[in-house]
Design a protein around this ligand. Structure first.
Ligand SMILES: CC(C)=CCC/C(C)=C/CC/C(C)=C/COP(=O)(O)OP(=O)(O)O
Ligand SMILES: [Zn+2]
Length: 385
């Protein structure tokens, strides 16, 4: 080949190469960072506590909720052990940490409270310190309407002492549902939460973890459930939200968490459960999904949330293919030796088992049938006091 025939990279191709190598370097350095105990890390934790040392109340919740969905109970000895263990995770100033002596965190607080409510009974419920819990939730509140997950969150690999105010969508959802379950929800805690969630609804229609980021099934469930609990769900752009949601059921029949990603059994609950919430919320609108835009403020009616809401009759047609979803869950997500997994080729874990069973339970519900008590524990509240 003559020298003149050797293809010369264009300016655009050279810039593209340079960007790719920069991005490659960023990925490489991220891969070498020590993992922070963030939600995704411990969600994907393995089958035993040792792999999820900062998520032990979650391990309690995923297993208790799975057993409840299967109609099983735990024996008295195990119940006592769980109550005792969670009481050791409770901070004297309110909230629950990921293990005994760990700093309280909203996500583990939510998991601990849901575990105790699932167990039920005086001993479990009275172990929750409600007045300190209220103080803890107040401390976690941020003026933007978001909630911090931890009081101070240090990111050592940025700069020492850098303080990140973590306001992921799971913050408002866990804080508001804990307050609602414990009957300590008030106007002060609700202040600005709706605005924060509205600022997270994206151009696609789904809800993101924080403003300006990508819509995701997990955060969409959190956002919608929270808006229902604070009686502001009709402020969201619901037609657009439902449009986004229906496109998340993939051709494999399971749900994906976000556009152009792969299906994963846990979204059977996060996305499928959002349909269940919207079907109940929308059944009360006389406007049939024509939602007024802007301005109108809605009063919070704390009596119309929780178990009453979950038991509402559903008049709307199903909005996703529940039978196809059941097939995906039963044929593609089940492990031969028990447990459920994200997708074929992955291994089973407690998190996916819990949310695949929750999604399955939602998918097999008959039109108009009321939810079982155990189906509703996730984020939806009922009063315990
Ligand atoms: C109440 C509460 C605490 C709710 C949590 C909500 C929730 C499940 C958020 C999603 C976090 C998560 C595991 C994202 C997966 O990202 P990925 O990039 O690994 O997976 P993807 O490709 O499916 O998006
Ligand atoms: Zn998953």
């Amino acid at each position: 080949m003559e020298a003149s025939e050797v293809p010369v990279a264009t300016v655009t191709q050279r810039s593209q190469k340079s960007v790719e190598s920069q991005v490659g370097r960023i990925y490489e350095s991220f891969a070498n960072f020590p993992r922070t105990p963030n939600f995704e890390y411990y969600l994907k934790g393995g089958l035993d506590n040792s792999q999820a040392p900062s998520a032990r109340p979650w391990v309690c919740f995923w297993n208790l909720h799975s057993l409840a969905l299967l109609g099983e109970s735990v024996d008295a000895q195990l119940q006592n052990n769980i109550i005792y263990f969670l009481s050791r995770c409770q901070d004297p100033n309110g909230g629950y940490g990921g293990g005994p002596g760990q700093m309280p965190h909203l996500a583990t607080t939510y998991a601990a409270v849901c575990s105790l409510v699932t167990l039920g009974g005086h001993k479990a419920l009275s172990s929750i310190n409600r007045s300190e819990m209220y103080m803890f939730l107040q401390q976690m509140k941020h003026p933007s309407g978001g909630f911090r997950s931890l009081e101070l969150y240090l990111i050592p690999y940025f700069s020492p002492g850098f303080m990140m105010v973590e306001k992921l969508m799971s913050g408002p959802a866990t804080a508001i549902s804990v307050a609602s379950i414990l009957n300590i929800l008030d106007d002060e805690l609700v202040q600005n939460v709706g605005n924060y969630i509205l600022s997270c609804q994206t151009y696609e229609g789904g809800i993101s973890a924080e403003p300006g980021t990508e819509a995701h099934g997990g955060y969409t469930f959190c956002g919608v459930a929270t808006m229902i609990m604070i009686n502001q769900v009709n402020q969201l752009d619901l037609p657009r939200l439902i449009d986004w949601l229906v496109f998340q059921q993939g051709k494999e029949c399971g749900f994906k968490g976000r556009t152009n990603k792969l299906v994963d059994c846990c979204y059977s609950f996060w996305q499928g459960g959002t349909f269940a919430l919207l079907q109940r919320a929308c059944s009360t609108f006389d406007t049939k999904l024509v939602i007024p835009v802007g301005g109108k403020s809605f009063e919070v009616n704390f009596n119309d949330i929780g178990y009453n809401f979950v038991k509402r009759r559903v008049e709307m047609e199903p909005l996703f293919d529940g039978l196809a979803l059941q097939l995906y869950l039963l044929l593609c997500s089940q492990e031969v030796n028990g447990g459920l997994k994200d997708k074929p080729g992955e291994s089973r874990d407690f998190y996916h088992t819990c949310y695949a069973l929750s999604g399955l339970s939602n998918a097999i519900m008959k039109q108009g049938a009321s939810l079982q008590h155990s189906d509703s524990v996730m984020l939806l509240s009922f009063e315990v006091s």
